[in-house]
Design a protein around this ligand. Structure first.
Ligand SMILES: *[C@@H]1O[C@H](CO)[C@@H](O)[C@H](O)[C@H]1NC(C)=O
Ligand SMILES: *[C@@H]1O[C@H](CO)[C@@H](O)[C@H](O)[C@H]1NC(C)=O
Ligand SMILES: *[C@@H]1O[C@H](CO)[C@@H](O)[C@H](O)[C@H]1NC(C)=O
Ligand SMILES: *[C@@H]1O[C@H](CO)[C@@H](O)[C@H](O)[C@H]1NC(C)=O
Ligand SMILES: *[C@@H]1O[C@H](CO)[C@@H](O)[C@H](O)[C@H]1NC(C)=O
Ligand SMILES: *[C@@H]1O[C@H](CO)[C@@H](O)[C@H](O)[C@H]1NC(C)=O
Ligand SMILES: *[C@@H]1O[C@H](CO)[C@@H](O)[C@H](O)[C@H]1NC(C)=O
Ligand SMILES: *[C@@H]1O[C@H](CO)[C@@H](O)[C@H](O)[C@H]1NC(C)=O
Length: 440
């Protein structure tokens, strides 16, 4: 406030205790932790510098046994540790200045997470006996054997240049095995190839830690066989070929791990570059090929294949891309517009078809003064596919002309646009015209 002499007065309040508690938010990061977070009080509420916070907590079962911790005034979070899993706790906080603590917050309730974050330990003594095209995988049970429902085993080829982090196309095949299983035979492998084998136990809630083996199958002494294998491996295991403007033929090889009987394959197909999930389609095939139909002409598709066994679903393969062939345009050129430049010339302009189904290589413009004349008697003009207007000259004056046009890809022409008409003006003969007018 200000007095008549122009002096300002500042009202000073003596430091006091905070008038409100901080607002708590609470999360659990594990089954034995609770993390508390809060915002510093505004100066209006703190009424002095906050030097410390007082946190109190107890289980709901034993509300009389209250534990407390004090935290420095510059902190805004604190984690309570070594709590009991799956237990209800109540917690509250108060802020304090040099004078004392303000009112504590209401008790907040929080339940720690249940402890089925239980760890399942890895099977012990994983051993793999490698031969030319077989790995015999053996292991001893997980220390938590009584709580597991079974084992899982995965195998994949390890590429020599795996460090470059390119898109890996090697398939990881995962197999479920019974709880009693102590060994598994992987067959049909590639000689002298590095593999990674993982075995882990699982139950209804979680997968356990995996025991991992990395090693190489033996070299074969049969030269012919090496040669054959190398040849097969050079090819991609999926091949796509455009079959028509609306179909692509996709063929693939069986996955190498023949220990699972494959019932059928799932094929995933989507236009390349789309981010719209509803444009992704799935097909099933029990053969090692499928003719994908009802596709859009002249469109690039991304394709991938997955194998399905009984109760086992493999991962999707790496994708291959293929475009459907081009086709005739399925719609006419758009928005044909005509305007008479003078008594003998007309400019026609248009836009390309909405569904060109390929690259437009040319437009053909037909025009006639007689709409009922058969098409082959109309006059015609051809234009390069990159051009969308033309000036038509040598027309008769004071005549109604009809125009239409079509676009062509390398496959052929599409439909004609609707007919539009234009009237060329009467030729004006300067003086003559005026004289006529005067005498009339
Ligand atoms: C609070 O202050 C103490 C002592 O000055 C310091 O060790 C600690 O890092 C500070 N904490 C924060 C969150 O700034
Ligand atoms: C699994 O076994 C290990 C070693 O015996 C043990 O420490 C761990 O608590 C067990 N996990 C469960 C969920 O029982
Ligand atoms: C694989 O190992 C198991 C356990 O040692 C053995 O019983 C089985 O005969 C082996 N199979 C082959 C084909 O070597
Ligand atoms: C398209 O697929 C059919 C059936 O597989 C085949 O007979 C035909 O030759 C294929 N056409 C082309 C152009 O690949
Ligand atoms: C995704 O595709 C569907 C089907 O063609 C279409 O109806 C939908 O509008 C598209 N969504 C987006 C976001 O483009
Ligand atoms: C494909 O195989 C899976 C797994 O055996 C089966 O569940 C599914 O019904 C099969 N789909 C078709 C279309 O045969
Ligand atoms: C228009 O063409 C039709 C069919 O060729 C013909 O019968 C008719 O005489 C023509 N009209 C004129 C005005 O030339
Ligand atoms: C286009 O017009 C020319 C004469 O200008 C004619 O020889 C030709 O047959 C016409 N083509 C078509 C497809 O009507």
């Amino acid at each position: 406030c200000r007095d008549a002499g122009g002096w300002y007065y500042v009202l000073l309040f003596p430091p006091s205790v905070p008038s409100a508690p901080p607002q708590l938010s609470i999360v659990s990061t594990s089954s034995t932790d609770i993390r508390l977070m809060w915002r510093p009080l505004s100066s209006q509420h703190s009424r002095g510098a906050v030097t410390r916070y007082h946190i109190e907590y107890s289980t709901l079962d034993q509300v009389d046994t209250v534990f407390s911790v004090e935290v420095r005034g510059n902190e805004t979070q604190f984690t309570l540790r070594e709590l009991q899993p799956n237990q209800d706790y109540r917690l509250r906080i108060a802020a304090g200045t040099g004078i004392g603590f303000g009112v504590p917050s209401e008790w907040a309730l929080h339940q720690t997470l249940a402890n089925h974050s239980m760890v399942i330990f890895a099977p012990t003594e994983l051993k793999v006996r490698a031969r030319v095209d077989i790995l015999n995988v053996t292991w001893h049970p997980s220390p938590n054997h009584t709580l597991v429902s079974g084992y899982k085993l995965s195998c994949r080829e390890v590429e020599a240049d795996e460090s470059d982090n390119g898109e890996k196309t090697t398939q990881t095949h995962t197999i479920r095995l019974r709880k009693k299983a102590r060994y598994h035979l992987l067959t049909g492998l590639v000689p002298d190839q590095q593999y990674e084998v993982r075995v882990w136990a699982f139950n209804k809630q979680i997968d356990g830690a995996a025991a991992v083996w990395k090693g190489r199958t033996d070299k074969t002494h049969d030269r012919g066989k090496i040669y054959l294998t190398a040849c097969v491996r050079k090819k991609s295991s999926i091949q796509a070929a455009a079959n028509s403007s609306t179909s692509i033929l996709l063929r693939w090889e069986k996955p190498r791990f023949s220990n699972v009987r494959i019932i059928n394959y799932t094929v995933r197909c989507s236009p390349a570059g789309t981010t719209n999930a509803s444009l992704v389609s799935y097909y099933t095939s029990s053969a090692q090929e499928i003719l994908l139909g009802a596709l859009r002409p002249f469109t690039r598709y991304k394709l991938a294949v997955q194998s399905n066994g009984v109760d086992v679903v493999g991962p999707f393969s790496g994708t291959v891309e293929e475009s459907t062939l081009s086709d005739r345009p399925s719609t006419p050129p758009e928005e044909l517009q005509l305007s008479a430049l003078d008594s003998s010339s007309v400019v026609a302009s248009w836009r390309p078809p909405l569904e060109p189904n390929g690259i437009i290589i040319s437009y053909r413009i037909l025009f006639s003064g007689n709409l009922s004349q058969p098409e082959h008697l109309w006059e015609n003009l051809s234009q390069d596919g990159s051009i969308t207007s033309v000036e038509v000259q040598g027309l008769s004056s004071d005549t109604r002309y009809f125009f239409k046009l079509e676009a062509s890809t390398e496959v052929g022409p599409g439909p004609f646009s609707p007919v539009k008409d234009v009237h060329t003006p009467l030729q004006i003969y300067g003086m003559c015209q005026k004289v006529h007018a005067i005498y009339r």
